[in-house]
Each structure stands twice: as C-alpha cells, then as structure tokens.
Design a binder for this molecule. Sequence first.
Ligand code: CMC
Length: 393
Amino acid sequence: TGAFTFDPGYTSTASCESKITFIDGDEGMLLHRGYPIDELADNGDFLEVCYLLLYGELPTKAEKADFDYRVTNHTMVHEQMNRFFTGFRRDAHPMAVMCGVVGAMSAFYHDSTDITDPRQRMIASLRMIAKMPTIAAMAYKYHIGQPFVYPKNDLDYASNFLRMCFSVPCEAYEVNTVLARAMDKIFILHADHEQNASTSTVRLAGSSGANPFACIAAGIACLWGPAHGGANEAALNMLAEIGTVDRIPEFIDRAKDKNDPFRLMGFGHRVYKNYDPRAKIMQKTCHEVLKEVGNEDDELLNVALELEKIALTDEYFIEKKLYPNVDFYSGITLKALGFPQEMFTVLFAVARTVGWIAQWKEMIEDPNQRIGRPRQLYTGAEKREFVPIDRRG
Ligand code: CMC
C-alpha cells in the first residue's frame, strides 16, 4: 500500500536535476552544456567535449593542453590487469569482459575512491576516461587472439585507440587521419545523453556511495542490452538479415505486425519524436568512412538508406513518430572502420564513460543528494501463515 505514483519505465519521472545535457525530443535537439551536438562534432574533438561535460565550459587552449596531457598520462593500465583478460574464454562477448575488467579496476586504484575528496574524484574521472580505450582495445585483441598493444601517448585519443586495436608488432602501422577523425566524432556523438538507462544505473549505484569504478561497471552492464547500447550491433544484424533492398517491405510489415516481436533496430527513441540529431551526423560520417575505405557502394548502406526512406513515408512510423536513432548508421560505420560487431557496444561504452562520470560527479556534488530508492506498488499475496513442507501441495 502507499500513495506512490506508478510510472513504469519512468516515462514521466525526473530522477534528478542536471546541468549537463538537454534534449528536446520534439525538435530533435541535443545540447551539451548549451552547445548543439552538431557544432561540437564538427568543430571540437572528443577530449574537448569531455572537458565540457566534466567542467561545464569549453576549455581555453592552455586548459585543453593540460587536460589532454593529464588524460594521456593515465592511459596505461596496471600490468596485472592482463590476467583478468586471460581468465576469460576467447569467445566470451567483449561486453562480458568489459563488465568484469572495468569492475576489477575498483580493486586496483585505491587512491582515487574517496568520493568525499574532489581531487580524488577528478583523478578517478581522468583515469576512467584515459584507460577505457586501453581496456576496450585489450578486450578486442584478446578476442581475436593477438598480443595487447600498449598505448602511445603522443597520439590523440582516437588515433591511439585505433592503433591499439589494429596495429600488430610485426608490421608498421600508420594511423589514417580520416578514420581517426571519424572515430573521434563517433565518440563525441555517444558522449552523453542525459538520464538514459545506463546513466541512471550509474547514478543509482553511485547514490549509495559505491566505488566509482564499480559504478561505471554497472553502467556497462546496463548498456549491453539490445534496447540500449546493443542496438548498434542489432541494427547491423538486421540490415545483414534483410540483405537486399527488395526484401525491405517484408521487414517493414513484420515491424508493424503486433504479433511479431520484430522491431526495426536503430529506429525509435523514448525521447526523440523527431530525427535523432546524432543520426544525421552519423549518416554523414558513415559516407565519409565508406569513401575513405573505398566502399561507397556498400550493400548494407544501400539497404539502410532505402529502409529509412520507406519507413519515413510509412503511415505506422509517421504516426508513432519513429525515426532513425544514432545506432541506425553507427553499425555500418564501425564495420567499415574494421571493427567486428561484438565490439560495437564496447565502443559505445568507451565514449559514454565521460557522460557516466560527469553525471556521477554532478550527483555526488549535489548537496541534496540522497540514496536512490524507488518505491513499488505491491501486487503479491496478502499476509498468510507459513505451511510446513509435509502439509503442502
Ligand atoms: N520498430 C517498430 N515499432 C516500434 C519500434 C521499432 N523500432 N520502436 C517503437 N515501436 C512501436 C512500439 O511497438 C509501440 O507501439 P504501440 O504503441 O502500438 O504498442 C510504440 O512504437 C512505442 O514504443 P515503446 O516500446 O513503447 O517505446 P519506448 O520508448 O518504450 O522504447 C525504444 C524506445 C528505443 C526501446 C524502442 O523504440 C525500440 O525498441 N527501438 C529499437 C531498439 C533501438 O534502436 N534502440 C536504440 C535506442 S537509441 C540508443 C540508446 O539508447 O542506446
């Protein structure tokens, strides 16, 4: 009993006050600290956006240089962490590995877990932003049976990440600047998205005062699901299953059929009832990457473009305001960058780490912060007497 508001899926409950990210779902607008996502993606780099999310303002040149330096100097992970990877089967999903290894960070960095100390909070934040690409690249290398590649700190964030993923000790490796810029943009597009499921998970975990590294591991676990970060992988699987443009109508019909659980992956959003502004930038980035790798006539891209065109003129999708979201084009782009599907959500986790941390910090620093504790409407059995086992059934 109790007079609680029943709001399954939290469609109308604000769980916190926040100054970080603003979404106008009807307009299709996304702002970080007031700056539109397209301006950030076109003119900024990922670490600049990280600074903005964490500190609230764009950095000056000197602040940016200092921030870059501090992140770059935390890219190595404790050598003993290698053993966590080798404890997993190689066919484990890299997100399973990420949940475990990032959770394990809480056992390594004891000097940055006093959440009452602003300095330690900032060190924990920088450590996570800096080490996440290293851990993600290690997950990838382990998965494909190649040796780990150590970070190279004179490279920018995205280039360093690509090198850790794609270079091998026996061959020279030159970072492709067009692809590195695309990777950086993909990171920017996924950096934060206010109180989505994984961010809310991080906040809820953190509201008890838990270890910050463990809170981020909780966010990774939540991100894994196909309705959230796993949608990019699911979207690419779907495009591959459709295969050719002539099969699109069949899948559109299935998506509309209420007796069929199939949904168009990469379509629809809880908040956007208009085109997801990130999807537009992602579509452009997708074209740039495909051009750079010489695959402009990619069949999956053709299927995606045609599917989008058909869905956007279909009564069902118009009425329900279902538009492509960021994940619709990200799968094709990541595939063209050379990543296998199992890595897509891992890349999302790398980028979203800053959002999780910025939101966690904001929560810890909120003087009104209390432990998150939703209530429920109890619908189970009424009070009854215990029945001994020999009198049951
Ligand atoms: N294909 C077909 N129908 C859909 C779709 C879709 N992709 N998405 C929503 N609908 C229908 C749904 O069946 C429902 O119809 P009705 O009102 O007749 O029952 C209506 O639209 C509203 O859907 P909902 O599930 O109540 O909406 P939600 O806000 O709970 O779910 C969503 C949002 C993103 C989970 C959902 O749109 C979906 O499952 N999309 C596909 C998965 C996806 O692309 N997820 C990535 C989200 S963006 C990145 C991220 O957050 O990680």
